[in-house]
Design a protein around this ligand. Sequence first.
Ligand SMILES: [Zn+2]
Length: 463
Amino acid sequence: MATAGSGDWDLALPCHSYRLVPVRKGLRGKAFYVEEGQDLYAIGHELQFLWGLAAEFVPIPQEQFAELWEDFCRRLPKIGVLGNFSDVFAATALEPSPVGRLLARIFAKAVHLGASDLHFESLRDGLLVRLRVDGALREELRLAGEMCVPISILLKTLAKLDIAERFRPQDGRFGLRFAGAAVDFRISILPTKFGESMALRILDRRRLFRGLGDLAMDAATATAIRAALASPSGLFLVTGPTGSGKTTTLYAALSEMDCPDKKVLTIEDPIEYDLQNCLQAAVDLSVGRTFSTVLRSFLRHDPDKIFVGEIRDGETAEIALRAALTGHLVLTTLHTATPREALLRLEEMGLERPLLLSCLRGILSQRLLRLNCPDCRGPENSELPPQLARLRRENLRRGIGCDSCGGRGTVGRRAFFEFLSVNEKSFQEDGAGIGSLVRAGMGALSAGEVPLEEFLQQMPWNR
Ligand SMILES: [Zn+2]
């Protein structure tokens, strides 16, 4: 079965858009069957303009074409999903232009792959289009540099930004409907040396977890978190490196804490998803709205639970602690590798150890590890480091790359968790807290689910 690897999609998508069937088998041909009566001049012009494709056409009668088309679509089921973009346009109310059609296809591909970010990067030799999927950037398309201006104008129009402004950064957001579901895009436009570069964060509500149960978390950890979050007051921390899913976990926890008799406030940078029955505020440095200033005024709004997106400075830490000690439950995240580092960081920020010990309801550490592609995983041949010598190498697997994983060898990610109840010892060593996080990762490693390289990179195994 033919599938659409990343190298093919720039040809496969135009085939679907313009109803073209490659004359030769496969997708590499540049001659196409088309249904008789099409405006071949217009199609040829767009193919040349958008995809740099000098195409030849072989018009054939309608019935004959219909058969070829059906067969072609059967051979490319994955692209078939991306075939219909009319609903994207219905939402944008933009005239379908060649650039609009191209953008709609890029959006659709990004949403279909579950990408978290979409980048348009102005480089010396053109506009590079990349997607971040499972935390890794992949190149999707290279467009002519001249495409930058029409694409940026269209994106600015969607986000209701100033289309004439090309020399100052701009931020905005817009929503589209994709296959009936709402997808939000948060866009940031930055003038760079060879033209504007655009970064879009894709917020697909269908991918939002509704509760801790959706996170593939073991029952004991989930119970410990729920107990900590049921406390009327105190501090609950989630630690881990950037991109380890800390915010996702707290969103999931907040979503399942359906407490109509409680007032829940959040302060985020920026707000990623709308949470029901919560008041959400975003940090905005341009008007002096920082984590600490919002947190301070939040305390006058009589909240029960407060979610602070991240503790970055001593002032925020201090107000959060004071709130936690005066009858509020504060949930927050810290960018540290281990719970012990988080505790030491809070001490460095000026929080006193006895106060921390009395108000911390728990620390959750987490890691997000890529998983081997089930279609192409094979033996792992690398040497095991001494610390892992007791694992059996013949049980380990690594993806070598195939069509279904786009050559990456991995598909999807899984989160690993570790809940720590804090005591005096937690300030001295990580062993007790972080041990089972590494053990869980080692289990997945031995089961051939996680590549060795990914485990070594992500886990705090050597601390
Ligand atoms: Zn694969």
